[in-house]
Design a protein around this ligand. Structure first.
Ligand SMILES: Nc1ncnc2c1ncn2[C@@H]1O[C@H](COP(=O)(O)OP(=O)(O)OP(=O)(O)O)[C@@H](O)[C@H]1O
Ligand SMILES: [Mg+2]
Length: 477
């Protein structure tokens, strides 16, 4: 193969693929296994050093899945309120196929800006003064600075302290109920904060003489995993509650007439949200002993949700048989592979693949072309930096070569630690923008090479006079 560099002037001339698998460079072996694994709904363990495309592979795999067919909802269990009932609706029979008039209750999601004004103020999204929308975690309006309702739990400790001092304002509500009339029909509506900064809205038609308002709201089904939700769920191995779900505390939880019904307090785990989709766990070994719960979920394809805090009223609630039929994509650093539960690895090997990703590739024309394509992809994705001249490309290739020697001891090779190489390209681009240059020049790449080294922890003393002496050292040799 001839080098793409022959006759090339800038990276703007390089065509980049749209297909997410084709954008992954140097991991052809992993790409072909993942493609067939997903079609067969197999689990995958991706092992490799940081920044070589593990997350990219998992996201690309998701594009091969067909849309989910099921929605998971919870219904109040009248005889045993602490054991809500799971309802699985298939799309074909879901409420979305009925006309609005036929539906006695239905749920959907709204973004904060589409909420009724009074509701969005109560939930801490809208500023009561100027009407601007911001997160309930922000104690004051980002636009006019006025104090607004704030979510203490969602805010950081500094802002929480600020709220304690600012006794005049009220906390944001996570759940608001109201009576609404739509096209002549009255509904009890419940607005509830859910993940991804969306609000789940549940409407139940008011049927005269049947139930009290409180009962109507309580009887509404709760959507646990919505039909249109994205089923690529990414979690870090750090939180098992995020992984397995939880039940919120309610001080009146045991008194049904006062508190919020149990099924309305259930929070799905990532394993449930990834039902029919992909559960991507970054650094799976960090789950420690909780890996066994993951294994159970993979084996049984259902996993109960219960409250994790024994001091909370949520601990009394349990929902059995919540489906969690996900494909597991787990990632791990090679040095942590020993910390993965042998039973979990065996499960993955038995029903899927363990794949080791490469951290370098041979320096040949084909792979030089791949690096050039990567540079072009990085410029395109960034959107704020100019393209590179052919001389700058050569400079980046020489850094890629030095990195392969430095990190992997490989000569005549190119690094595949592409997150880091991408960082170098972005810094070089920023320097070109600073110089008002139309294209990134070799000197920008050279300067970026020094800057992209970051802070050298082993030579902190060299910074003691504020002069980064380490920067003038040759980094790699
Ligand atoms: N093989 C690759 N092909 C193309 N781009 C890559 C590749 N590897 C990394 N990149 C670039 O680096 C970025 C980070 O990659 P990614 O998040 O997939 O790394 P990772 O292996 O999951 O790292 P970590 O272990 O830190 O999670 C990507 O968004 C992409 O721009
Ligand atoms: Mg990653």
């Amino acid at each position: 193969m001839t080098s793409i560099l022959d006759g090339l002037e800038t990276t703007a001339q390089v065509t980049t693929p749209k297909n997410p698998f084709q954008r992954i460079i140097g991991q052809e072996h992993a790409v072909s296994i993942v493609q067939s694994a997903v079609k067969q709904r197999r689990h995958v363990l991706l092992c490799g050093v940081p920044g070589i495309g593990k997350s990219m592979l998992a996201k690309a795999a998701y594009t091969l899945l067909s849309p989910p067919k099921q929605e998971i909802r919870l219904r109040r269990n009248k005889s045993q309120p602490d054991r809500p009932i799971v309802v699985i609706s298939k799309h074909e029979n879901g409420p979305e196929n009925q006309s609005v008039e036929d539906r006695s209750s239905f749920s959907f999601y709204l973004s904060p800006d589409r909420l009724p004004i009074d509701i969005s103020i109560k939930m801490g999204y809208r500023c009561p003064k100027c009407g601007e929308i911001s997160s309930p975690a922000d104690p004051s309006c980002l636009d006019c600075g006025a104090t607004k309702r704030c979510d203490w739990l969602g805010s950081d400790s500094y802002h929480a302290l600020f709220r304690i001092l600012d006794v005049g304002s009220e906390p944001a509500l996570r759940t608001v109920t109201s009576l609404e009339e739509i096209a002549g029909v009255s509904y009890h509506t419940m607005y509830e904060q859910s993940n991804n900064n969306e609000i789940s809205v549940t409407r139940r038609r008011v049927e005269e003489g049947v139930n009290t308002e409180q009962e109507q709201i309580t009887d509404a089904e709760r959507v646990l995993v919505a039909k249109d939700s994205c089923r690529f769920i990414r979690v870090s191995g750090a939180s098992h509650v995020e992984l397995l779900g939880d039940v919120k505390h309610d001080p009146y939880g045991s008194a049904e007439s006062l508190g919020m019904a149990a099924h309305l307090r259930v929070i799905p785990g990532a394993i449930h949200e990834a039902h029919e989709g992909i559960l991507y766990i970054d650094e799976v070994s960090a789950l420690g002993p909780h890996q066994s719960h993951l294994l159970t979920a993979m084996q049984d394809r259902i996993y109960p949700i219960s409250g994790h805090n024994p001091l909370s009223s949520g601990a009394a609630v349990r929902v059995d048989n919540v489906p969690c039929e996900f494909i597991l994509f787990a990632s791990c650093n090679p040095e942590n592979i020993g910390a993965i539960l042998p039973a979990l690895r065996s499960r993955i090997r038995g029903y899927g693949y363990e794949i080791m990703l490469m951290s370098w590739m041979k320096k040949n024309n084909e792979n030089i072309n791949n690096v050039v394509r990567f540079i072009s992809q990085t410029v395109e994705e960034d959107g704020k930096i100019p393209h590179l001249t052919v001389n700058s490309i050569e400079e980046v290739i020489s850094v890629a070569e030095k990195m392969a020697i430095h990190y992997d001891g490989q000569r005549n090779a190119l690094t595949l630690r592409l997150r880091e190489l991408g960082g170098l390209i972005r810094i070089a681009g920023d320097l070109a923008v600073q110089d008002s240059a139309q294209l990134v020049q070799p000197e920008h790449v050279k300067k970026a090479e020094v800057l992209s080294r970051g802070i050298d922890l082993e030579n902190l003393h060299s910074y003691s006079y504020g002069v980064p002496e380490a920067a003038s050292r040759d980094y790699f040799f």
